[in-house]
Design a protein around this ligand. Structure first.
Ligand code: BEZ
Ligand code: FE
Length: 295
């Protein structure tokens, strides 16, 4: 194949895909090439602009470390994460909606008893969180595993703080037989996504802010149910309508109630004001396993 030009290059690339052994990869790469070429044609991409694009993607890669995932930030801020989440988690009416995962989950958070303080020394106003895990028909889902994680009052997750000894603001709990759970933490505040790297500069150049509304992350799993990755947002907070990563869903906004100093839900006496959040989660049944194929 020679003498390819603006008109013939796309088909020439696609012709090379003819014998791709993996059918799904062929589908994805064919579509990717078609859309990339269409994009370059539509905006009439110049060489200088594409060089700038390659420089940007290189910087995104160089910014990634074991505790900083700049490609997730790029996917999130371009709305791609929300699109992929939405099209993969269509649920029956009434189920708790999923939202973006974000880059700050860790899979070895400490296990806590119900009622424990998962803040574990993280700074912020105390918040007592409770709720139930239920099925879409209203029955309790017993013993669901809840993983929770959140930023501190300054907007930083523990993994963003160098030299922190141990996990703060995250934990794993097991709901009781009736699906109930409760734990203590700190009240969530709005915070900017990490914006001191190429994605932050991109947002700035586009006239966009990096802020997320206050939220608490949950990942909830139980046998027979689809794992739920979601947040609970704070009613009345800032940025609910301009989340930098497009993650807000009305059904996920909870009422975080402020209380004056006094007796807290765990029976202790709180010398400072505190918050409570009561929020139930409705899990979607796991998709049925495909029937064994007949011969
Ligand atoms: C988060 O909520 O932790 C998050 C989500 C997307 C990008 C950055 C942070
Ligand atoms: Fe977050």
């Amino acid at each position: 194949m020679r003498n390819l030009d603006e008109e013939t290059i796309t088909q020439a690339v696609l012709a090379r895909h003819a014998d791709m052994p993996n059918g799904r990869m062929k589908e994805i790469m064919t579509s990717l090439v078609q859309h990339l070429h269409a994009f370059a044609r539509e905006v009439h991409l110049t060489e200088a602009e594409w060089a700038e694009g390659i420089k940007f993607l290189t910087e995104v890669g160089h910014t990634c470390t074991s505790s900083r995932q700049e490609f997730i930030l790029l996917s999130d801020t371009l709305g791609l994460s929300t699109l992929v989440t939405a099209q993969n988690h269509k649920k029956p009416r009434g189920c708790t909606e999923a939202t973006v995962f974000g880059p700050f989950y860790v899979d070895d958070a400490p296990e806590y008893e119900l009622g424990a303080d998962v803040a574990n020394g993280m700074t912020g106003e105390p918040c007592y969180v409770s709720g139930k895990v239920k099925s879409v028909t209203g029955e309790a889902v017993p013993n669901a595993r809840l993983e929770v994680w959140q930023a501190d009052s300054e907007g930083f997750y523990d993994v963003q703080q160098a030299g922190l000894d141990g996990h703060q603001g995250r934990g794993t709990l097991t709901a009781d037989e009736r699906g109930g759970f409760h734990f203590k933490s700190i009240v969530a505040e709005c915070y900017p996504i990490p914006h001191d790297g190429p994605v932050g500069r991109m947002l700035d150049a586009m006239g966009r802010h990096p802020w997320r509304p206050a939220h608490l992350h949950f990942m909830i799993s139980a046998p027979g149910f689809e794992t739920l990755i979601t947040h609970v947002f704070r009613e009345g907070g800032e940025y609910l309508d301009s989340d930098a990563v497009f993650g807000v869903r009305s059904s996920l906004i909870g009422d975080w109630v402020r209380h004056e100093a006094g007796t807290a839900p765990d029976g202790t006496s709180s010398a400072t004001p505190f918050y409570t959040l009561d929020f139930d989660f409705i899990l979607n049944p796991a998709p049925a396993a495909p029937a064994p194929s007949r011969r």
